[in-house]
Design a protein around this ligand. Structure first.
Ligand SMILES: C[S@@+](CC[C@H](N)C(=O)[O-])C[C@H]1O[C@@H](n2cnc3c(N)ncnc32)[C@H](O)[C@@H]1O
Length: 249
């Protein structure tokens, strides 16, 4: 069953719909995808992800990202293994790869047996690259949308994975509310982010629209939304793993 919902009124949407029959909102198309993004302008850092060249080179950089941030050899295989462990059980589940870029996490989840992964990004170039790389993997569903207004039904997901995208979200408080909304009770969260440091590079990226939270800020944002959480860091690499608690706990 589809987990899609209108990002405005949150009524259920059939897969492939380009208009909501409940609130009459219609979305333009970009290629074969409904464009759920809405018209808000993008900051310079987010806009770079719209370039096909960024999508083309992205996974070469991504393979080295956690080694650079943590200051020790941190192979991609280790990160994917941690992600799968924290999102267990993966087999048969429905997941969201939030800010999927070229679909690295989405592919890893599908290969681990996930039934369906919504691979969401605001960049058509990234989603095209993700779809190419996921060719042959059943259950891969690209979504052109914003993390701040997810086109997904409440409590419809078994897990949400956020690999490095949190630093780019323009309104992290809105994203946190959306993640809490779409996860079912008992659903799992995996989040990797670049932790705040005194680096001049972070100040420069900050001016371009990136945000570098501290672990304690992220935990303080998520915990009141009904998560049991564990967080840690290695150098500038930050990690949060959590479970959505049943209402009232
Ligand atoms: C650093 S990449 C992370 C990619 C991926 N999660 C990974 O682990 O490799 C960040 C991605 O998030 C996307 N992004 C940034 N802000 C977004 C937003 N508000 N909504 C949806 N996607 C967003 C960007 O287009 C980009 O592809």
């Amino acid at each position: 069953m589809s987990s899609l919902a209108c990002p405005r009124c949150k009524s259920a949407l059939p897969e492939g719909a380009a208009a909501c029959t409940s609130c009459a909102q219609a979305w333009p198309r970009v290629g074969e995808w409904a464009d759920f993004r809405g018209g808000r302008p993008l900051g310079p850092a987010a806009a770079v992800n719209l370039w096909p060249l960024t999508a083309w080179g992205y996974e070469a950089w991504r393979a080295r990202a956690l080694s650079l941030l943590s200051g020790r050899p941190f192979p991609l295989g280790e990160e994917l293994c941690l992600m799968r462990e924290r999102l267990e059980p993966v087999g048969g589940g429905v997941f969201l790869d939030l800010g999927t870029a070229t679909g690295l996490y989405a592919r890893a989840l599908l290969r681990a047996g996930a039934a369906r992964v919504y691979a969401l990004d605001l960049s058509p170039a990234m989603l095209r690259a993700a779809r190419r790389r996921a060719r042959g993997l059943e259950g891969f569903v690209p979504l052109l949308a914003r993390a701040e207004a997810l086109p997904l039904r409440a409590a419809s997901l078994d897990g949400v994975a956020v690999g490095g995208s949190w630093n780019e979200f323009a309104r992290p408080e809105a994203v946190a509310l959306e993640v809490a909304r779409v996860l079912r009770p008992g659903g799992r969260l995996w989040l990797v982010f670049t932790h705040r440091s005194a680096s001049p590079l972070q100040r420069a990226f900050g001016r371009a629209g990136l945000r570098f939270p501290r672990l304690e800020d992220l935990l303080a944002l998520l915990a009141p939304l009904g998560f049991a959480l564990e967080g840690w860091r290695e150098g500038s690499a930050g990690f949060v793993a959590g479970t959505k608690l049943p209402a009232g706990e």
